[in-house]
Write a protein that binds this ligand. Structure first.
Ligand SMILES: [Zn+2]
Length: 515
């Protein structure tokens, strides 16, 4: 328990259930203390998406309002005797010294005698004060944009071409070649691997917290990773062929064993012959996850019931072979949508890692695609751990990079993820270049960079899932300015939760101290 002076309670209140859930998602992401829909306790700050709630509550204390849609922004402006214009801009916010998060979105610029910009970043007004009132206006639509990025980003629509090919018998082998032959502008594709594509959701989350800290003052939260760690890494492998399982895996595992890194091996249950001894070695050096049954690209086209049956049989077969519980799933071709998430839950899985933060070219939708976050999140009861770094196949086989250039790019992107505090999820296939003896040094260079960083929390996907659940179930309690973490006694990881205090927000991002 730590004493902190001057904490102002945060209250969230929205006009609709959807907006309510979104505001709650923001608060739950940061793990700040908050109350929903309550009458405001003394000295509290209200965060709302609803104009009339803002007007009522402003009589009692400070209010932060994020209007939903341009029409609401216009009504809000006229209520404040101001004007508003909407313009698509690249919003860029510092989160710490030298690290920014970005999003291309419509920015509402309020203007008028009563409008005073309070938080301006890179030419965009993030928040303004309405003079003579307690109301503060957020310049971004935090509710609509969150739904657009996370929910629409999660619904992957297969292209017609993919649908046709995937439904033909024995068609899977033809998929990689028609993607390889597709006109693919390498330069542009790779340069699109930028923060506004990999993590636009992080920008929305930063706006939420920065606005609150500016108005409410210091806010306690729970750190993202285990005590002393700034970001996380999971090394994952999808084993596509028997050769990868029997030969490639050994080469990758040698490097990992030297660096004491345990990785996650995702195995298709019915694509090539599997034996218990081979899988047990993988489980002993890390963990085994499921990678569909036949790996034919058709999973996404099955009905909910068919998906569930197929996924359950995949899990059951692997569990028999490994003699361990299989908790996680990775879909072939990184296919994902809400139906699949639901089927995974019904088939007994706890987490999924099939959604790229950003993919230059999705083999399923045949366009660039991603969920826009580098942190785990819940979707229909399943924890989704996004594949935050581009997979080896895309960099080397699709974009034609040399393994050394691919490692350079992966490390550059990992530096950004580290700065934001996210989860680096590597996807390296034992069937491709990194498992060739001549590229062993490059694979070592890649992993060594994480291993030598004392602030990197290295864990398997299963451990990351367990950690994120532990953090999710914990909460911060403040009583008379005393801060403590309330957590489930069931998790052995609870003692690793770190309470932090966000003391301010400036041009160098958030100022944070450990409590
Ligand atoms: Zn695969």
């Amino acid at each position: 328990m730590t004493l902190v002076s001057e904490l102002h309670p945060v209250v969230l209140k929205a006009g609709t259930d959807e907006a309510s859930r979104t505001l709650q998602d923001y608060a739950e992401f940061w793990k700040i203390p908050y109350r929903m829909n309550l009458l405001e306790p003394k000295g509290s700050v209200l965060f709302t998406s609803d104009r009339s709630i803002a007007a009522e509550s402003a009589i009692h204390g400070p209010v932060i309002l994020t209007p939903v849609g341009l029409e609401e922004a216009e009504k809000t402006a006229s209520y404040a005797g101001a004007a508003v214009t909407s313009e698509k801009k690249l919003v860029r916010l510092p989160v710490r010294k030298g690290i920014t998060v970005s999003l291309r979105t419509n920015v509402y610029e309020y203007s008028g005698q009563r409008i005073e910009p309070l938080l301006v970043s890179d030419g965009a007004t993030i928040m303004s004060r309405v003079l003579g009132s307690n109301v503060h206006l957020v310049g971004l639509d935090l509710v609509t944009e969150y739904a657009r990025l996370i929910h629409e980003g999660y619904e992957q629509i297969p292209s017609r071409r993919f649908s046709l090919v995937a439904k033909l018998p024995f068609s899977y082998q033809s998929i990689p070649s028609f993607i390889r032959n597709r006109s693919f502008r390498t330069e542009k594709g790779l340069s699109d691997l930028r923060e506004e594509n990999l993590g636009p959701v992080e920008c929305l989350r930063a706006v939420f917290l920065a606005s609150l800290v500016r108005i409410a003052g210091p806010i306690p939260r729970i750190g993202f990773w285990r005590r002393g760690k700034a970001y996380a890494l999971s090394v994952t492998h999808d084993v596509e062929t028997q050769d990868g399982l029997e030969n490639g895996a050994k080469i990758l595992m040698e490097t990992e064993a030297t660096l004491k890194i345990r990785s996650t091996w995702n195995i298709p249950s019915d694509r090539y012959p599997l034996t218990s001894p081979v899988l047990t070695i993988l489980a002993r050096n890390g963990e085994v996850g499921a990678h569909d049954t036949r790996h034919d690209g058709r999973l996404i086209f099955l009905s909910g019931e068919e998906k569930k049956r197929r996924l359950a049989s995949c899990r059951a077969r692997l569990e028999r072979l490994v003699d361990q519980r299989i908790r996680g799933f990775r879909a072939p071709l990184l296919q994902h949508n809400k139906d699949l998430a639901e089927a995974l839950y019904n088939a007994g899985f706890e987490f999924d890692s099939s959604c790229p933060s950003w993919e230059v070219l999705s083999p399923t939708s045949l366009r660039s695609h991603g969920v826009g976050t580098i942190f785990p999140f819940y979707m229909r009861n399943i924890l989704e751990i996004p594949v935050s770094l581009p997979q080896d196949h895309q960099l080397i086989r699709v974009a034609g990079q040399k393994p050394s250039a691919a490692v350079d790019l992966l490390l550059k992107l990992a530096t950004w993820i580290r700065g934001v505090g996210g989860a680096c999820i590597l996807l390296i296939h034992p069937d491709y270049e990194f498992a060739e003896a001549e590229n062993k040094k490059e694979y070592e260079r890649l992993l060594e960079s994480f291993r030598s960083d004392p602030e990197c929390d290295i864990m398997t996907l299963g451990e990351m899932g367990e950690w994120w659940k532990t953090r999710k179930e914990a909460r911060i309690e403040t009583n008379d300015n005393k801060v403590s973490i309330i957590s489930s006694e069931h998790s052995h990881m609870s003692s690793e939760l770190q309470a932090e205090l966000v003391t301010g927000y400036s041009g160098d991002g958030f100022s944070v101290v450990n409590l």
